[in-house]
Design a protein around this ligand. Structure first.
Ligand code: ADP
Ligand code: MG
Length: 225
């Protein structure tokens, strides 16, 4: 079943958080396996905080020698396999990207973030050439302001959208998203007495998940066309 990687050469871009958000959304309806392929093991840490919600299983990758087998085994067992990657180019990253049906590249909306996103897309393009197959990829604006954008933010947003494929949905900077790292679980397990804006965060997460599904469908049709 589809394999989705979260990649960016930049640490702190929002890979782990966005992977948790997508996984907990998808797991409302189906089985999801999350592979933690970052030696920093933030995903594994999240999974240890509380009982993982719904039908989620988190697997810590044993590294570059094992990752291809780990992905193959996960695909047999779950409807979606999500891989959280480390923030640097490595063989582990490269193997994971080459096994993916979609690579999501989270980015902020400062110039440096945009440059890093373009760099990550170039790495994905290298994998495409090496494997001689298209690897669908899209940039996801994450940790952006939910309020009005500054002129500069607007400019970078427009530039990146003109240069490459970008999700319409942005995963805005929200306390509900960052607090998942403290509480574990998904948005629906957060305590409304402690965390503001859970409803808005859920709506935001749902829009993101729906767009991911659309993108996977689209590339599946393109592959058979
Ligand atoms: N959409 C978001 N809203 C609020 N905080 C976020 C969001 N995405 C990421 N963060 C926060 O930013 C930091 C880095 O995010 P993380 O997902 O760990 O990035 P990466 O995995 O790319 O290194 C974390 O502290 C996380 O809580
Ligand atoms: Mg991470």
């Amino acid at each position: 079943m589809p394999v989705i990687s979260f990649a960016s050469s930049k640490g702190g871009a929002g890979k782990t958080t966005s992977a948790i958000i997508l996984a907990t959304e998808l797991a409302q309806g189906t089985d999801v396996i999350l592979i933690d392929a970052d030696p920093a093991a933030r995903l594994t840490r999240w999974a240890g905080l509380s009982r993982t919600p719904g039908r989620i299983e988190v697997i810590a990758s044993k590294g570059e020698r094992e990752i291809q087998d780990e992905i193959a085994a996960a695909k047999e067992r779950a409807s979606f396999v999500l891989i959280d990657l480390e923030g640097s180019a490595s063989r582990l990253t490269s193997f994971s990207i080459s096994e993916s049906d979609l690579v999501i590249v989270p980015t902020g909306d400062e110039q440096q973030d945009a440059d890093e996103a373009i760099e990550t897309l170039a790495q994905i393009a290298m994998e495409e050439r090496a494997r001689r197959r298209p690897i669908p990829a899209a940039v996801l604006f994450a940790r952006t302001n939910a309020a009005v954008k500054s002129k500069l933010e607007k400019h970078i947003n427009t530039e990146l959208r003109a240069a490459t494929r970008v999700f319409d949905t942005e995963l805005h900077r929200r306390t509900a998203f960052s607090s998942l790292h403290n509480s574990g679980g998904g948005l629906r397990q957060l305590d409304p007495a402690e965390v503001n804006g859970i409803d808005k965060a859920i709506t935001n997460a749902q829009a993101f998940a729906a767009e991911v599904i659309d993108m996977l469908e689209e590339s599946r049709h393109a592959a058979f066309a």
